[in-house]
Design a protein around this ligand. Structure first.
Ligand SMILES: C[S@@+](CC[C@H](N)C(=O)[O-])C[C@H]1O[C@@H](n2cnc3c(N)ncnc32)[C@H](O)[C@@H]1O
Length: 283
């Protein structure tokens, strides 16, 4: 069987479960062959060995069962980084790149060293690592309640040689932080489990997704803790579900009444990030 035939066959099997059936098939075949996706696309007449065909079919079967491509190939691109992922962590989403971008902008306000940032619910370490790569003067705490997730984050932190600037801490939200920080950033669990996509529900960790009956459980506790864990001129940036902006801004205004607050939209035009910037100044 040629690459072209194998891809065509896979598309037929994946069409009903994936809007990106061709891309999925190309990525899975690239993984099997140890090639780039570009090479797979270019060498359509290359003939697969029976072993390669079998391995490819096995992956297509798992993908047809809605297993995410990133788990099947063991990595995912995020903010220009190549991150190791497996079932222990949420797969980093493109929307979360906006949270990184806005946090990098916010970081420009600070000119002391080290700039201290906490990524609450770090998962694969995606946000913490992206920030550390662009902020050489920052010390970043990556907190997660899941030891399994922290084991994945540790692999990625080491892969990018950031062990000296990212400290991974196990515990509930801000409680493991040793002192208040300049910037709190978080993409907490914010979905209502009964409302999510079947593939996500079946394969990604519920601890990373479950925001309680209205999706806001983590925001309530995290924002209530912000006055304690944020420095007087610090900022908090949070990823949200597209319908949650007003509720989360309300929580921020209650907890940080002097703070400036704002809502930012993603490329699809959905509310995606809310932020608050403390305006207290110590004299
Ligand atoms: C939506 S995922 C975000 C993962 C990663 N930051 C990203 O953006 O791809 C939420 C993460 O929060 C962690 N988490 C859930 N409840 C937590 C809690 N109470 N304290 C700390 N981390 C928590 C989960 O284990 C999961 O890794």
């Amino acid at each position: 069987m040629t690459i072209q035939q194998a891809i065509q066959h896979a598309i037929t099997q994946l069409r009903t479960i994936s809007p990106t059936a061709r891309l999925d098939a190309e990525l899975l075949l690239a993984h099997i062959l140890g090639w780039s996706r570009a090479k797979v696309v270019a060498e359509r007449d290359h003939v697969l060995t029976p072993e390669q065909e079998m391995a490819f079919n096995a992956l297509i079967e798992r993908r047809a069962n809605r297993e995410p491509v990133a788990y099947l190939i063991g990595h995912r691109e995020f903010f220009g980084l190549d991150l190791f992922v497996d079932r222990r962590v949420l797969i980093p989403r493109p929307e979360t790149e906006l949270l990184v971008e806005l946090t990098l902008k916010e970081a420009q306000r600070f000119n002391h060293t080290p700039l201290i940032i906490a990524d609450i619910g770090t998962g694969s370490g995606a946000i913490a690592i992206a920030l550390a790569m662009h902020l050489p003067h920052a010390l970043i705490y990556g907190v997660d309640i899941s030891p399994d997730a922290l084991a994945v984050a540790a692999i990625n932190v080491t892969r990018y040689r950031l062990d000296d600037r990212i400290r991974l801490l196990e515990g509930d939200l801000c409680t493991p932080l040793p002192a208040p920080v300049d910037i709190l950033v978080s993409n907490p669990p914010y979905t209502i489990l009964t409302e999510i996509d079947e593939g996500v529900y079946r394969h990604e960790p519920h601890l990373a997704l479950d925001g309680g009956s209205d999706g806001l459980d983590c925001y309530r506790r995290l924002i209530a803790a912000a006055p304690t864990y944020l420095k007087p001129n610090g900022a908090i940036l949070l990823e949200i579900g597209s319908t949650q902006a007003a509720s989360v801004v309300h929580l921020l205004r209650q907890a940080l009444p002097m703070a400036e607050t704002g809502i930012e939209r993603d490329l699809a035009g959905h509310d995606r990030i809310v932020w608050a910037r403390n305006r207290y100044v110590i004299h």
